[in-house]
Design a protein around this ligand. Structure first.
Ligand code: ATP
Ligand code: MG
Ligand code: MG
Length: 387
């Protein structure tokens, strides 16, 4: 049998392992946490730090090929693994996605517009900021996720205070753009350059965290969808990417002065892995993003996935777990599962904390009206705000 390895044992690694095991592979996970969602269901669990040379050697010893499930895996670790095994995506591609400054430079190089921005690494650069970038969002260049490490600033004084608060680490200041809505595109690219995509996902964030993804025929104007898919593919081919890549976009209020000259669609950021906004593909498409990840890693053919059902995904955050022991301490899954077309995915995490991604609910049906009615009813049962 052949074993596929993954760096990181979170929910994305777990769903990768499910897909890999379904297709006949064994899985190996490197994660320091003994109770990691993916480690607990895999054949091999190397329980060391991501930078531990001996642990990396053990992962490589049991794995035919290795991927990652989180972008903050040390690129150096991927490079060490690549000395003995195929690694996809490459350390070089992941290094770009880890650093907002390198990432934006890559978008510019690919001819894909992003928000106007400036890199701030020194007090001199801070002092020289173009006033046209304000109001803006100061983001740490590295390690941010779910809106962490971001401060909204209106004036040069607020900017200076925010940079000091963020401990003066390298940051990117982005112009605040008038968002109409947000979308994302998942592409899968093989070693020979073949590239397929999932349909464009429309995303709703709450408190910086993805809350709802809707995907159905007609949810995105076709011309815009075509531009987003073409942009995602050029971002992937521009780094010779192998694996699953998600690119997030902003769709702008074009009449707003701050959107002038940007063409209505700008790229926000990319994730060098499957993405939360692609989870609907597990139940609404004939090939899911995790099956695509397995195919790219194992060198299997890539075919264009087909969405066979309109779909809405609700993220299940720890917030909705009852804190008073009611219903055995878990949400009322039975009432949700009584609704036709609901698909529950739980990640096997042991403690439900506020804002923690515990699972997701995919809803499918014959029409989007039916899917929306079911999703709204599920949200009501679970205490998730309507959308
Ligand atoms: P993720 O968990 O997706 O990696 P993140 O912490 O990297 O999130 P971003 O994607 O940079 O955060 O920003 C989070 C959200 O903040 C965006 O989805 C968008 O709603 C809002 N946002 C970010 N940048 C801008 C901007 N320049 N103008 C307006 N809104 C923005
Ligand atoms: Mg991000
Ligand atoms: Mg984001």
């Amino acid at each position: 049998e052949m074993t596929l390895g993954v760096m990181g044992g979170g929910q994305l690694g777990r769903m990768f392992a499910h897909a890999a095991q379904q297709m006949g592979f064994f899985t190996a996970v490197l994660d320091p946490d003994a109770t990691s969602p993916a480690g607990r269901i895999s054949h091999h669990h190397v329980q060391t730090a991501y930078t531990d040379a001996e642990g990396l050697a053990r992962l490589a010893a049991v794995s035919a090929a290795i991927t990652t499930e989180f972008e903050n895996v040390p690129a150096e670790a991927l490079n060490q693994l690549a000395q003995s095994r195929p690694v996809a995506p490459s350390g070089a591609a992941v290094a770009i996605a880890q650093d907002r400054a390198a990432e934006k430079a890559h978008f510019v190089q690919c001819g894909v517009p992003c928000a106007p921005y400036a890199v701030i690494e020194t007090a001199e650069q801070l002092a020289a900021i173009d006033a046209n970038l304000l109001p803006g969002i100061l983001k740490t260049a590295r390690m941010g996720y779910d809106g962490k490490g971001q401060v909204r600033v209106k004036t040069p004084a607020e900017l200076a205070a925010a940079w000091a608060d963020l401990k003066q680490v390298p940051c990117v200041l982005e112009k605040m753009l008038p968002l109409q809505w947000e979308c994302s595109v998942i592409v899968a690219r093989g070693a020979e350059g073949a590239c397929v995509n999932l349909p464009v996902q429309r995303n709703l964030h709450r408190d910086g965290i993805l809350a709802v993804t809707e995907v159905y025929e007609g949810n995105v104007p076709p011309a815009l969808a075509e531009r987003a898919v073409a942009a995602a593919k050029s971002i992937a081919s521009g780094v010779n990417y192998v694996g699953v890549l998600c690119v997030e976009f902003f769709v702008l209020e074009e009449s707003h002065p701050a959107a002038a000259g940007l063409g209505g669609l700008v790229v926000n950021e990319m994730a060098p892995r499957p993405h939360n906004s692609g989870h609907y593909s597990m139940d609404a498409c004939d090939v899911s993003q995790f099956h695509l990840q397995v195919r790219t890693l194992a060198g299997l053919p890539l075919v264009q996935p087909r969405q066979h059902s309109p779909s809405i995904m609700l993220n299940l955050l720890g917030d909705i777990w009852p804190q008073d022991g009611r219903n055995g301490g878990v949400p009322d899954w039975a009432s949700v599962l009584a609704l036709p077309g609901t698909h529950l995915h739980l990640y096997g995490k042991l403690d439900a904390k506020k804002g923690r991604k515990m699972g997701h609910l995919n809803v499918t049906g014959a029409t989007i009206e039916q899917v929306r009615a079911t999703a709204l009813e599920a949200a009501r049962i679970l205490g998730i705000a309507a959308f």
